[in-house]
Design a protein around this ligand. Structure first.
Ligand code: S3P
Length: 433
């Protein structure tokens, strides 16, 4: 796949950026829209590989989808049918896990047999975390030793209570979506507060779901009605632009329509703690998801200590944080982040190995890493098929001594196909080779 070469910045980054639609919110809108009777209109739907595979899966399950321009997607849903072939969710853990929850007990599909598959990365990720709680509710799911492919035989479910070992919105959401079609009440308690997009969006489709301080609850069975959804800009994509602006001396960048959901905005505080100037202005209009403008100005960065409690709200930003730590003054210590090992790749091992290739002083911990900042050489790194690893090293390339080449960087299209163009528009020098 393609190699991306990033040159050290020759001058400040400046201008405005509008991040692409939120990946988590887009996928939830596609799923709930496909389940809802009548028409759902989505504005700002993310144009990326993960969002596309979830939307196609809903089409294969019987939803009629009209893709308009500029992020508009109309879905006519409400009557599911068994797909003619396995549903391939590609690289998307969210798509696969949330759909497993939906299919486990969907009344239209009882008596059918549905196979869920994914690419090599998704096929290596743990699925027992959803299979076990769904099975407790009465689901019939077989797997290849706790991994994909999953074969689901939808069956009537009963509501039940679950206490999770890890904070995971994918697991929480899979259980809630199954609970929507189960008899009685379902409750999920988590050790930390994972993103709450599912709970926020369900009421828009006419489904009552409760947000609890440490989890969520739902009582089934319920039915969904079509809705109008506005997808905020993805704070996890915005994070790369923010980090680039923070790193390159003299930069000043404004980002508009950024999702400010507190279960997602942990990185903004971590970047502030490292010394960057981050000014957040929430928009006045209050939708299901808060949005606003974020202005970032560069400043010398310093290392920080990140504790377990800070992990869930910044879970997808740790590769980027480790890249920033490599050029910050002093040590950055990350702990309580073992979940990073089961993302699109083992993000602790891969970030440590690739940073070390660039001469960075890094120590791998079971549940995190210690990165000591300093000057970073140029060199070649490998994305390991992970969009966020690729973008993290692209950002680091702006502050390295010599160019950084990121192998297999085409994976960026998983979440942010416009990343390279957006950075170029702010003045960065990146080239596909
Ligand atoms: C997501 C939840 C998180 C996150 C992923 C998207 C979601 O995963 O890392 O990128 O959309 O629910 P976990 O639930 O496994 O922590």
């Amino acid at each position: 796949m393609r190699r991306l070469v990033v040159s050290p910045a020759q001058g400040p980054l400046a201008g405005r950026n509008r991040p692409p639609g939120d990946k988590s919110v887009s996928q939830r809108a596609a799923i709930l829209g496909g389940l809802a009777r009548g028409k759902t209109v989505i504005h700002g739907f993310l144009d990326s590989d993960d969002a596309a595979s979830t939307l196609s899966a809903m089409e294969q399950l019987g939803a009629r989808v009209e893709r308009g321009g500029a992020g508009r997607v109309d879905i006519h849903g409400g009557a599911l049918q068994a797909p003619a072939s396995p549903l391939d969710l590609g690289n998307s853990g969210t798509g696969l896990r949330l759909l497993a929850g939906v299919l486990a007990g969907h009344p239209d599909l009882v008596g059918q047999r549905i196979e869920l598959t994914g690419d090599e990365s998704l096929s290596s990720r743990p699925m027992a975390r959803i299979i076990d709680p769904l099975t407790l509710m009465g689901a019939r799911i077989t797997s290849r030793d706790g991994r994909c492919p999953l074969v689901i035989e939808p069956a009537p479910l009963r509501g039940s209570s679950h206490t999770l070992k890890m904070a995971s919105a994918q697991v929480k959401s899979a259980i809630l979506l199954a609970g929507m079609f189960a008899q009685g009440s379902t409750r999920v308690i988590e050790p930390g507060h994972s993103r709450d997009h599912t709970e926020r969006m369900l009421p828009r489709f006419g489904v009552a779901a409760q947000r609890l301080p440490n989890g969520a609850a739902i009582t089934g069975p319920q039915s969904l009605k079509g809705a109008e959804i506005s997808v905020p800009g993805d704070p996890s994509s915005a994070a790369f632009i923010m980090a680039a602006a923070a790193l390159v001396a003299g930069s000043s960048v404004q980002l508009d329509n950024v999702g400010l959901n507190p279960t997602r905005s942990g990185f903004f505080s971590l970047l502030q703690a490292m010394g960057a100037r981050v000014d957040i202005q929430p928009d006045a209009s209050e939708g299901d998801e808060p949005v606003g403008a974020v202005h970032v100005q560069a400043a010398p960065l310093r290392g920080i200590e990140v504790s377990q409690a800070q992990v869930p709200a910044a879970i997808d930003e740790f590769p980027l944080l480790m890249a920033l730590a490599a050029v910050a003054e002093g040590k950055t210590v990350i702990r309580g982040a073992a979940e990073l090992r089961v993302k699109e790749c083992d993000r602790i091992a891969v970030m440590c190995a690739q940073l070390a290739r660039l001469g960075v002083d890094v120590q791998e911990l079971e549940d995190g890493a210690i990165v000591t900042g300093g000057a970073v050489n140029g060199g070649v790194v490998e994305s390991h098929g992970d969009h966020r690893i690729a973008m993290s090293f692209a950002v680091l390339g702006l502050a390295a001594e010599k160019p950084i080449a990121v192998e297999n960087a085409g994976w960026i299209a998983t979440s942010y196909p416009g990343f390279v163009d957006d950075l170029r528009a702010l003045g960065a020098d990146l080239a596909w080779a």
